[in-house]
Design a protein around this ligand. Structure first.
Ligand code: C2E
Ligand code: CA
Ligand code: CA
Length: 689
């Protein structure tokens, strides 16, 4: 502000100075006019001198001299001392500025001198005129008039020099006044500039200290914070009341929200990667870690062992000890596994009663064997507990020729082998298993288009009344005659068709061919078809099957659909399966529970769905003579059928003794090599028992 006042003062002074310069010019012009008048005065004086000298000598005055003098007189009388408008204005402003010359106001001094000079000039002009006339008319009158003429001249000279002096003084005063003003104005401008510079400097310093430095600090915190460091450090400027304070508080709030979000993300990430019950890493984390370890092992030359672990008899534990008992068994298993492995190994729970371990070591499979030894030692120590822990373990070790993604599947396969070999044991995935896997991959591949290539056909196995052995129907069994590998068991290729999804089309093809064949049979004979769980994914399965029956002219009451309970009542398509089965029953078909006795909690399932027939699994029938528990299972199932009012059929009947035992227990139907092997049956041929 001060700087601006000073600067504008300076600039205004410059205007002032310009005006004063004008006045100096005016005064100079007046001085010049005075000079000019003085010149004319000289000419007039010389002219009068010449004319009077000639006249006093008595000579006639030449006309030229007379004319020159008269002209000078006229010019002299036109006194320029009559002040111009500009001159008056200049003087007026001099008044205004109150400039003085030795105490007397300058303008008044000039004016007074001017008035005096003009009066003296007028007087001198009158005297000069009188003298000229006298010289022309009366030369004798010249002499007495001379003293008056000289006195007028003297007065005029005096007044003029007085005026000149005043004007020069005026100019002098103006100029020096002007110079002072000019100096002052320059001083002011310089001072203003300096003040302005100082203000700018101060402002810059203030800006730096109060704004730029805090902003930089806040930005710095933000950067640190985004980099995940120093989340607890105080944000500077929180207590400020200005916009920067707002910014700082905003940052603090943002940081708080971010900390919470990161915390939530960490929690979600933990939940996403861990199993809640046991706190172990889950399948997702297992897969991530396995992929990571496999990629790393390629570089380090170490080998990765994967352990697929299944808790033995977990369903039984659940049934006996309830949900809580099952949970506690899982937790104990988790802690036992965690204690058995080294810190670098990973133990994961993949779901249900499935666990897995990833072990990376240079010395494989020795490291895996050592781990297994420790594991089974620890398991043996639980033998005395209320719930003893037992596990089946499959191990696969990475190798250069092994597809990495398959490592877990191989371990899993080895684990199933261990289970089938008597549980509570371990098995490595070896060359034999490798061969099996190769064969399976090949079959899965060859299965596609097998029907179209005519490699599939159906065999029919009779089902007979237990007492009379009269054939009451046939079960259709699928056969695959591989062009190179020969006959392939449905127990091998049906699961492959199930996992590829091909079973849907295959199942309908079986139903179509079997019905075409059955259409030629005696109408009293029933047709039994096996349905796989996967087929229930086709939501119009029942409608498709009934439409086929209709097309082939088979009454639904002649049809029996065999399903395993794990497929229908425990499977993921449970609801869809039950709806489809109900639809088949509603149309008059019968639903048979196949392989009864091998599943779990069978009795519970019987209450949920009303089966029309129970088929005792052949494993019980075939071992009932020399294995007492099997015999008692067979008898219980038959008794159960009686109490539920549902007929029971026994499959796998190979000998007369089994037949006798079954008859004695009241079994309704029998099926097995004793009655008849599955055999081809031409569609055209009618087989009647
Ligand atoms: P399943 O339904 O339990 O079929 C009975 C199996 O026992 C048949 O084996 C049959 O050949 C065999 N068998 C019958 N009587 C005796 C006997 O006295 N002694 C012995 N040792 N075995 C006997 P197969 O044909 O190998 O079929 C195996 C399984 O394949 C079937 O078990 C069934 O689950 C499945 N399967 C067969 N055909 C089809 C089909 O068309 N669709 C579906 N979804 N599954 C089928
Ligand atoms: Ca069957
Ligand atoms: Ca069966």
């Amino acid at each position: 502000m001060l700087a601006l006042v000073l600067l504008s003062g300076g600039v205004l002074t410059v205007d002032d100075v310009r005006a004063e310069n004008d006045r100096v010019q005016q005064l100079s012009r007046m001085l010049a006019a005075e000079e000019e008048h003085d010149q004319v005065q000289q000419v007039l004086r010389l002219g009068l001198g010449e004319v009077t000298r000639i006249a006093e000598r008595g000579q006639p005055v030449p006309a030229a001299a007379r004319a020159r003098t008269e002209d000078a007189l006229r010019r002299f009388a036109q006194d320029p001392g009559v002040m111009s408008v500009e001159a008056l204005a200049a003087l007026h402003r001099l008044d205004h500025d109150r400039l003085t010359d030795g105490g007397e106001p300058l303008a008044r001094a000039v004016r007074t001198a001017m008035t005096e000079r003009r009066a003296a000039a007028a007087r001198f002009a009158a005297i000069g005129g009188d003298l000229l006339r006298t010289a022309l008319t009366d030369p004798a009158g010249i002499k007495p008039r001379m003293p008056g003429f000289l006195a007028g001249l003297k007065r005029l000279e005096h007044a003029r020099s007085e005026l000149r002096l005043r004007l020069v003084r005026g100019i002098d005063v103006e100029v020096s006044h002007n110079a002072r003003k000019m100096q002052r104005s320059i001083d002011r401008v310089l001072l203003g500039g300096a003040v302005l510079l100082l203000v700018i400097l101060l402002l810059a310093t203030w800006l730096r200290r109060r704004v730029i430095v805090p902003i930089a600090e806040i930005a710095d915190r933000l950067r640190q914070f985004n980099a995940g460091q120093d989340a607890s450090a105080v944000v500077p400027g929180l207590d400020r009341r200005d916009e920067l304070g707002e910014l700082a508080r905003g940052l603090a709030e943002y940081r708080h929200a971010m900390v919470e979000r990161r915390e939530a993300e960490r929690r979600v990430a933990f939940l996403a990667h861990h199993d809640m019950l046991t706190g172990l890493p889950n399948r997702l984390m297992f897969e991530e870690r396995l992929a990571h370890e496999l990629a790393r092992s390629r570089r380090t030359g170490e080998r990765v062992a994967v352990f697929a672990i299944d808790l033995d008899e977990f369903k039984a534990i659940n049934d006996r000890f309830g949900h809580a008992g099952g949970d506690s068994a899982l937790k104990r298993a988790a802690s036992l596994l965690s204690k058995t492995v080294r810190t670098d190994d990973l133990v994961a729970r993949l779901g249900g009663d499935e666990f897995a371990i990833i072990q990376v070591a240079r010395d494989q499979p020795r490291a895996a064997e050592a781990l297994l030894a420790r594991l089974f030692d620890a398991l043996a120590r639980t033998a005395q507990d209320e719930i003893a822990l037992r596990m089946s373990v499959g191990v696969a070790v990475s190798a250069p020729d092994l597809a990495f993604e398959e490592l877990y599947n191989l371990a899993d396969m080895a684990m199933y082998r261990a289970k089938s070999e008597g549980r509570n044991t371990a098995r490595f995935f070896d060359d034999g298993l490798k061969e099996e896997v190769r064969l399976r991959w090949r079959l899965a591949h060859d299965l596609e288009g097998a029907i179209e290539r005519g490699e599939m056909y159906l065999a029919y196995q009779p089902i007979a009344d237990a007492d009379t052995l009269r054939v009451e129907g046939y079960e259709a069994l699928l056969r695959w005659s591989h062009p190179e590998l020969g006959e392939i068991s449905p127990e091998l290729f049906i699961p492959l068709a199930e996992s590829s999804g091909g079973i849907g089309a295959i199942g309908l093809w079986v139903a179509d061919r079997a019905m075409a064949t059955a259409a030629r049979w005696n109408r009293g004979l029933s047709l039994a078809l096996n349905l796989s769980a996967i087929q229930f994914r086709h939501d119009r399965l029942a409608q498709s099957l009934l439409a086929l029956a209709d097309r082939h002219g088979i009454a639904p009451s002649r049809l029996e659909f065999e399903v395993t309970e794990s497929a229908t009542l425990l499977g993921v398509n449970r609801t869809a399966a039950l709806t489809a089965l109900r639809a088949l029953q509603d149309a008059g078909a019968r639903v048979v529970m196949d392989d009864f006795g091998t599943g779990h909690s069978s009795l519970g399932n019987l209450r949920e769905f009303r089966f029309d027939k129970l088929k005792i699994d052949r494993s019980f029938v075939m071992s009932m003579l020399d294995h007492a528990p099997s015999a008692s299972i067979v008898r219980s199932i038959i008794a159960l059928g009686h109490s539920l009012g549902v007929p029971v059929v026994a499959e796998g009947v190979e000998g007369r003794e089994e037949l006798a035992a079954l008859r004695a227990s009241g079994c309704h139907q029998v099926q097995g090599y004793l009655i008849g092997h599955p055999a081809r049956m031409a569609e055209e041929r009618c087989t009647v028992a």
